[in-house]
Write a protein that binds this ligand. Structure first.
Ligand code: NAD
Length: 445
């Protein structure tokens, strides 16, 4: 009999995971505490922008013409508990207010709502990003609350998907890491992931703590690589060098590689910033805080990018923002996503607005989210409309659409042809040739 899978939490991670599990051929039930999200998903719509997810959902959500009907959604934890042989926990683990540590209350609540209804042996699999040590604690909590006791087994299976590529990353990840204490966990998860395993995806089994750490270590490495090149950008600015040429040359060294080596406005989103902070907090609790002091520097280099961008914009406005119009291209924390959590673009836009400028923002997909979170900013329906009458144009999220902008067309509507490229991807020569002052972080003016 095919396994039945429940997915608890249907946000960026969970909705994609649920659809991918249906694609693998399983019967899937997605559970969320947000009734609106569940109604949207049940209607076959995606509550966020993620390339390819809409098609995958429609292919499987029950009640839609031509769908496999393998995927359903509910708000009932009891229904999910009774349905699933394997339960994936995909709920949010945000940064606690006023602290670096992760807020584990959603994960705890998910276990607490599921466990009392577990009356037969099942596997609960944590996918959320959690502080090392959480899985051990949660395994005890689960066994204590479940009527089936230790028959409710726990495994940890950290998720490495990238927003914007979530579907392909879930169907064919770089690796599958499982933290388990033996029992049936490995066997069941080999069954769940049979398709990617058959396609050659490495399947690694470790203890709980190592699996948890693979995730936080990977994110720390990526954040460090970004902050490394951004630190180089600071030095380049001071020395009159060009960080884009520097990174292109560094990338040719196989040991270094070019990925995550583009200097710019730095990282944001719902993962890297909060994950490195939670990692530092957890290391402190474990008495290993010294090991991660470098992450504090990684974080501050990253945050300095945002203030440097505001400073550059102020310079372009002859020292003051009052009465100036600024166009901001981009609101999402990265392209191909509508996610604005800790978005560097919106952070810069809000800082500039606070200092007296009138800021108009345009993003291809993140406008609704941005409007909700930053109602004080002005929004436009296109890059061209945002740029109307602008004294400075800021390019802050590297959507393909912005790379394709015509400098002459934009130049015809702005008040002054001043461009700050916060992502170092626009063609500086083309913009300069069209009469623009082009400035970027880490490059000579
Ligand atoms: P999200 O906020 O988009 O989704 C979380 C969902 O869980 C929400 O819909 C929320 O309503 C729901 N939820 C909260 N408590 C619940 C409960 N008790 N029962 C059922 N549903 C509940 O978050 P996300 O971006 O999907 O991230 C989820 C986890 O995955 C986090 O730990 C994150 O660090 C990790 N992660 C995210 C990504 C990513 O790119 N988004 C990648 C890898 C790992």
């Amino acid at each position: 009999m095919t396994l039945r899978i429940s997915v608890i939490g249907t946000g960026y991670l969970g909705a994609t995971h649920a659809a991918a599990m249906a694609e693998f051929g399983f019967e899937v039930l997605g559970l969320d505490i947000d009734p609106e999200k569940i109604a949207t998903l049940t209607a076959g719509q995606v509550p966020m922008y993620e390339p390819g997810l809409s098609e995958l959902l429609l292919k499987h959500v029950a009640g839609h013409e031509g769908s496999t009907g393998r995927l359903r959604f509910t708000t009932s934890a009891q229904e999910a508990a009774e349905f699933g042989d394997v339960h994936f926990v995909c709920v949010n683990t945000p940064q606690r207010k006023g602290e670096f540590a992760a807020d584990m209350s959603y994960v705890d609540a998910a276990i607490d709502s599921l466990a009392p209804h577990l009356t037969r042996p099942v596997l609960v699999v944590g996918k959320s990003t959690v502080p090392v040590g959480s899985a051990g604690r949660l395994a005890e909590r689960l066994a204590a609350l479940a009527p089936v006791g230790e028959g409710a087994e726990l495994a940890w299976n950290p998720e490495f998907l990238r927003e914007g590529f979530a579907v392909q990353d879930t169907l064919r990840p770089d690796r599958i890491v499982i933290g388990a204490r033996g029992g049936r966990a490995e066997e069941l998860l080999r069954e769940v992931y049979a398709e990617p395993i058959a396609a050659g995806v490495p399947f690694l089994v470790t203890d709980y703590a190592t699996a948890e750490l693979v995730k936080t270590a990977a994110n720390s490495f990526l954040a460090t690589k970004i902050s490394f090149i951004n630190a180089m950008a600071e030095v380049c600015e001071a020395a009159g060098a060009d960080v884009t040429q520097l990174s292109a040359a560094l990338a040719l060294d196989d040991r270094i590689g070019g990925k995550f080596l583009n200097s710019g406005l730095g990282f944001g989103g719902g993962c890297l910033p909060k994950d490195i902070r939670a990692f530092m907090a957890r290391a402190g609790e474990l008495g290993a805080d010294q090991a991660l002091t470098f992450l504090r520097e990684v974080d501050s280099i990253n945050m300095r990018r945002r203030s440097r961008m505001v400073e550059l914009a102020r310079e372009q406005c002859a020292g003051g923002f009052l009465g100036r119009r600024i166009a901001v291209l981009g609101a999402a924390f990265k392209p191909n996503s509508d996610d604005i959590r800790d978005s560097p673009a919106l952070n810069v836009a809000a800082q500039i607005q606070l200092q007296g400028a009138q800021v108009t923002v345009y993003d291809p997909k993140a406008m609704d989210n941005a409007r909700k979170m930053f109602p004080g900013l002005t929004y436009a329906d296109s890059a061209l409309e945002a740029a109307e009458g602008a004294h400075v144009v800021l390019h802050l999220t590297e959507w393909q659409e912005f790379r394709a902008l015509d400098p002459a067309e934009l130049g015809a509507v702005v008040a002054e042809r001043r461009l700050l490229d916060g992502r170092n991807v626009l063609d500086a020569d083309a913009w300069r040739a069209a009469g623009w002052t082009y400035r970027a972080l880490g490059r000579p003016s």
